[in-house]
Write a protein that binds this ligand. Structure first.
Ligand code: NAD
Length: 667
């Protein structure tokens, strides 16, 4: 039996551990681009050797050179620990600081072999969302966390533990930065180069900030998005019952659409070209029925509509065939979207119509020019069919996958008379004004006991708190509150937990603070058996500056600035966060976004109560203040409410000017 505590405390072993066989039973990161010059390759190896005593260098140098050649990166596979990396009771980790033990638990969850996408390359999700760059960094970080006290702060530079620095008990225990660059060096190839040199990494959002909680995060977000999309055409709709939502993709994130459609009580039809992806979601229970015959599928959907049945139906085929058949048969569809991977249209993200999946893969590799032509022809047909259904009343939205952009590049009929896209994106039209501007975002928590019993208690407490708050909530946010109550009351039944015992729940500042306070009291009284760790996805009100996603509904020109995300992380760190993180990249790509997050351990103490009140209020209202200054009506309403709740909050409000005045100016 391997002794976990002893292994962690040992850090990087002084003796060379045996070399490891390459394990083909787990998914591995693709070979990365060979981008370094010969002198740069030497520098990368020299950089990697810094973690080891000189007597090991002659053996390790060639091994690292081989890894660089074979995989494009130096992962130091030999140093991957032999113990099982997974979420456990936080007390199972060796520690002097409880907060540090909580962080070890969260890191272990992000690297759990059953959860991480490419665990041996320390990638949690999104293809390149790294927790660390190599195994030496992991070992050193865990050792520091095990040794540190509440008078120290661990400093992590893109996975590299710079060390423990003296601080104080109110400071964060860990400060994480990932991929922060001098702005002129933030092009995609810069990432490839500096990552290969071992000096930076792509942390995505919750990968490099130790806050990943598996697929439930995306299911809740998707549920909220489609529920609110359905209100765009029926403002009084409580849920999606009797409404059909047509979309595509049963892959990583897109697979959540089928499950979310049923949770929202609607009929969700999803086309998926890859039979393996369809079969995975079917076996998992996220898709209820699969059809190859389009007419049978449509007939089945119409019966479900008639009976207001909640059901998810997969079409085993190309999305364009589905849209065209719906148009031919004059079927009215309420909601439409698309989640093929159109951010990557020519390398497998989007499959052309009329060609089998296998033939398309072959054409992609052997005849890329023809493949591109087929993709563009398909996008034109795709858009035409959607336009026909929209003319009959369908509400279509872009799901952040670059559908509109690629359709326009393909010359499809996707622009209106003003030269703008005919359809909105999900943040511009839905998430921004209906959620983020009011402060609603993906709040989450993790039970440090790692027990389902504690999670059940937190679910109950959270739902009781929301039921209380809704009684006095203004009309403007009644719907959001009710959606979140519905989600949390059914969360246990939906069986979404993978890995650590955690829960996501969209909530605004008031909800987050009151729920957190109730958790802290329950830890104090012993009702919850051990501390609760709070956090959130970076895809939130204040955490992320991203002009084409999270801040795409900012229209004063400031969507290209990143002051909000930077202010947020600085503000969180001195108001009581247990750890903070700030990243370049995540979701939309390196150089395209700055995003940050936090973790906070609630241990039942008075001190935790002070921290949660101070930090959560800031963590939400910072973004609302900025959104209000950008003249967003909903945020203006929300920040005025926040000022009424806390007399110490004084936010500069915008004066609105008339467009008529501007139109007559001599410019
Ligand atoms: N869900 C969200 O909240 C969200 C947010 C932002 C962006 N996105 C975007 O959504 C896209 C999908 O993400 P993912 O993780 O699911 O990617 P993925 O690649 O895992 O899944 C996409 C699926 O689409 C299928 N597909 C491709 N072409 C098709 C076609 N013509 N007909 C039918 N099926 C087809 C693929 O086989 C694949 O299974 C990405 O571009 C992502 O950036 C999603």
């Amino acid at each position: 039996m391997i002794n976990l505590k002893k292994s962690i405390l040992q850090g990087i072993p002084t003796q060379l551990p045996p070399k490891k066989e390459f394990d083909n039973s787990v998914s591995h990161a693709p070979k990365r681009k060979d981008i370094l010059t010969t002198p740069e390759k030497k520098l990368a190896i020299k950089n990697a050797l810094r973690y080891f005593p000189e007597n090991l260098h002659s053996e390790l140098a060639q091994e690292f050179a081989d890894e660089l050649k074979e995989y494009g990166r130096i992962y130091m596979y030999r140093y991957r620990p032999d113990y099982e990396i997974k979420s456990r009771h936080f007390q199972d980790f060796p520690h002097k600081s409880k907060q540090a033990a909580g962080i070890m638990m969260m890191i272990s969850n992000n690297l759990d072999y059953a959860i991480a996408q490419h665990p041996h390359e320390l990638i949690t999700y999104g293809g390149n969302g790294a927790v660390f760059q190599n195994w030496a960094q992991y070992l050193l970080c865990m050792q520091y966390l095990a040794e540190m006290t509440d008078e120290q702060t661990l400093v992590l530079y893109s996975g590299h533990p710079m060390g423990l620095f003296p601080s104080h008990k109110n400071a964060p225990r860990v400060v994480v930065t990932n991929g922060m660059m001098i702005p002129n060096y933030s092009k995609p190839d810069d990432l490839e180069k500096f990552n290969a040199l071992g000096v930076t990494q792509y942390g995505q959002m919750t990968a490099g900030s130790f806050m990943y909680i598996g697929p439930q995060g995306i299911v809740h977000g998707t549920t909220i998005t489609i529920l609110n999309a359905s209100r765009k055409i029926d403002s009084t709709a409580k849920d999606m019952s009797g409404k059909i939502f047509v979309t595509s993709g049963l892959g990583g994130m897109s697979g959540a659409q089928a499950k979310a459609g049923v949770i929202a009580k609607g009929i969700c039809i999803v086309a998926e070209i890859n039979p393996k992806a369809t079969s995975k979601r079917y076996k998992q229970g996220w898709v209820d029925e699969v059809y190859k015959d389009l007419d049978k599928l449509i007939d089945r959907a119409l019966i479900a509509k008639e009976k207001k049945e909640a059901v998810s139906i997969a079409y085993d085929g190309n999305i364009v065939n589905l849209w065209e058949r719906l148009a031919e048969r004059n079927i009215n569809i309420e909601l439409g979207s698309d989640q093929t991977s159109l951010h990557n249209p020519l390398a497998g993200g989007y499959y052309p119509v009329g060609i089998s999946f296998e033939d398309a893969n072959e054409m992609m590799a052997n005849n890329p020019e023809q493949f591109k032509e087929e993709v563009q022809k398909t996008l034109v047909r795709h858009t035409n069919a959607i336009n026909t259904l929209c003319e009959r009343g369908m509400y279509f939205f872009d799901y952040g996958n670059a559908f509109l952009l690629e359709a326009s590049r393909a010359g499809a009929d996707i622009l209106n008379k003003k030269g703008e896209f005919k359809y909105p994106s999900y943040v511009q039209d839905i998430m921004g004004p209906m959620c983020f501007d009011y402060g609603f975002g993906p709040f989450r928590w993790v039970c440090s006991s790692n027990t389902a019993d504690d999670l059940e208690i937190t679910d109950r407490i959270a739902s009781e708190i929301l039921e209380e708050i809704i009684k006095n909530s203004p009309n403007e946010i009644q719907i959001q509150m009710q959606d979140n109550i519905n989600w949390i009351t059914a969360a246990g039944e939906n069986e979404m937990v993978v890995g650590s015992q955690s829960r996501i729940l969209y909530a605004d500042a008031e909800g987050r603070m009151k729920i957190a306070e109730a958790f802290n009291n329950a830890v104090k009284s012993g009702e919850i058996s051990s501390p609760v760790i709070l956090g959130r996805d970076h895809h939130d009100v204040s955490g992320t500056d991203s002009p084409y996603r999270e801040t795409s509904n900012i229209y004063d020109g400031s969507q290209f600035t990143a002051d909000m995300a930077i202010q947020n992380v600085i503000g969180d760190s001195f108001r009581g966060a247990t750890w903070v993180s700030i990243h370049n990249g995540g979701g939309v790509g390196w150089g395209e976004v700055i995003n940050g997050g936090f973790g906070m351990m609630l241990d039942g103490s008075k001190d935790s109560e002070r921290r949660l009140k101070s930090m959560l209020f800031w963590d939400v209202n910072n973004g609302i203040g900025r959104r209000s200054w950008a003249r967003n009506k909903e945020a203006n309403f929300a920040i005025k409410r926040a000022m009424e709740m806390n007399s110490n909050l004084k936010v500069t409000l915008p004066n609105l000017s008339s467009d008529d005045l501007l139109d007559i100016l001599d410019l």
